[in-house]
Ligand binder design. Structure first.
Ligand SMILES: [Zn+2]
Length: 296
């Protein structure tokens, strides 16, 4: 947006209704050779010079856009002797600020249920990215691959019975439910197991409020740890032909937690202190932080 017209470029800058002509009339803009793109607004308006910049035959769409631009341009009146002033459109006073630029990045964004729980969780970025894809049903499950003609069936790799949608795979599969129970039972959260048919984010957001505040970050991390481990188990079966039992998956899950803890993701260090009755012996030889889980 500008106030006067000495240096502003007619075809390129956002001076007409706050938009560049390239955006207002994209087809008409294609008929303007690049050598005319440096024409200023003042020069363009002088005796209608901008019209002579348009070259070649005009299609019906170009003519429509030309008339629209012409109608807008003819309403513009220049202010002589005043320099151009560029205004920052994303703030009320027209001045640039870092905060207004930051908030402008979110204009047009779509609300995402539970997004902040994913991005704020104390887990590796690859796990957050996987959860983000899973929450939007963008993972290449058997159902999705079958829908795109990439495989003949859509059967779940974990139970070999039902259709492998992302919510079935991560929540409702009989195999996954067993893993969830084993994992949540260790932290006395087994009463929070998902109800039938609920999606991952619906369940996560609904039960998170039932967890005491100081344990919620740990709860978020456990959810992401379990879904990540289930996805890896699914991939091990699909790509490597290797199957593990629910107890074996729990062992892998705890090993992964130990690695994440060593890597500095603190939620897992705190988790072990919440265990109702931490064991002294090492169960299957797995330990998290200074304590251990009995995985038997
Ligand atoms: Zn299944």
């Amino acid at each position: 947006m500008i106030e006067t017209y000495d240096i502003t470029l007619f075809w390129i800058d956002s001076w007409l209704d706050g938009l560049p002509i390239e955006t207002l009339a994209p087809n008409l803009f294609k008929a303007v050779p690049p050598r005319f793109h440096s024409r200023t607004v003042r020069d363009g308006l002088l005796n209608g010079t901008w019209i002579s910049d348009i070259k070649g035959p005009l299609s019906e769409g170009m003519v429509v856009e030309y008339v629209e631009v012409w109608e807008k341009v003819r309403q513009v009146a220049l202010t002589a002797g005043v320099e151009d002033k560029f205004r920052w459109r994303w703030s009320s006073d027209g001045n640039y600020s870092l905060s207004s630029a930051y908030h402008a990045c979110f204009i047009g964004s779509v609300p995402f249920l539970g997004a902040k729980f994913i991005w704020k969780a104390s887990v590796p970025p690859k796990v957050k990215f996987f959860a983000w894809l899973a929450a939007q049903d963008r993972c290449w499950t058997a159902v999705r691959r079958h829908r795109h003609g990439l495989q003949d069936d859509n059967v779940c790799a974990l139970c070999d019975q039902e259709a492998e949608s992302i919510n079935h795979l991560l929540l409702h599969c009989s195999f996954s439910k067993h893993v969830w129970f084993l994992a949540l039972q260790k932290l006395a959260w087994h009463s929070l197991l998902p109800d039938p048919g609920v999606s991952l984010m619906e369940w996560w957001c609904s039960v998170r409020g039932k967890v005491v505040v100081e344990q919620r970050s740990g709860f978020d991390a456990v959810i992401l740890l379990v879904v990540w481990t289930l996805w890896k188990e699914r991939n091990a079966r699909v790509f490597d032909g290797k199957c593990s039992s629910p107890h074996d998956v729990l062992s892998k899950l705890l090993s992964e937690a130990r690695l994440w803890d060593l890597a500095g993701f603190q939620a897992f260090s705190r988790l072990v202190s919440w265990l109702p009755s931490p064991t002294v012996e090492l169960g299957l030889g797995l330990a998290v932080g200074s304590q251990s889980f009995d995985v038997n």
